[in-house]
Design a protein around this ligand. Sequence first.
Ligand code: BGC
Length: 231
Amino acid sequence: MLLRTLCIDIGGTNIKAEVLDDEGRSFGEPLRIATPRPAEPVPVLAAIEEVARGRVFERVSVGFPGVVRQGVTLTAPNLDAGWSGFELARTLEARLGKPARVCNDADLAGLALIEGRDVEMVLTLGTGMGAGLYVDGRLVPNLELGHHPFGDGRCYEDRVSDRELARIGVDEWKRRVHETIAQIRPIWNFRTLYLGGGNARHFTQRELPEDVVLADNRAGVMGGVRLWSAS
Ligand code: BGC
């Protein structure tokens, strides 16, 4: 029997949820609700319970916008400091009564995109900038490239965030994304870089270099199914 996974993508702006089976078939409508503010654990867990209500699934996957180690969230720059040291996987198992896995959101999206050969990377452009790194299909977790400081002390995320896009306009923002990719390429020497997250929609494939592939924005939830076969 194919298992159904409740795949949840916790974003700084929205929480998305969809039930998918092992072959990626969707059950019921995909849901999107605004991330509660302040985005502390209690209201976010209540929102997850709301999206789970009335749905049939055997397991839960969560893409979380921060560092996650063994189901425990360590950082959440675009949510709330209250996530530091929070046992998210264990709490979800208790609240939803199903096995749960939690992974960094960009890491999880990449699981739905990679081919599994050589060095592959993913950059997600949304509220923040997420990054994933894979070597022959194996995830190197929690890269956190978005917070790498350079130049005037700002980091990549400060330059290409959602907020900056609104402030500087799409043309300058796209120039910055190109610049970011050009800086990353000679350091990480990826074979392919997948560009995902909600704001990747501002690009067409033709505007991107050959080794950069525009990703399906559904990867943010689709990776949740792969999370159960990835390790
Ligand atoms: C976080 C990353 C996350 C990214 C996208 C960043 O601020 O540090 O862990 O992947 O936002 O949500």
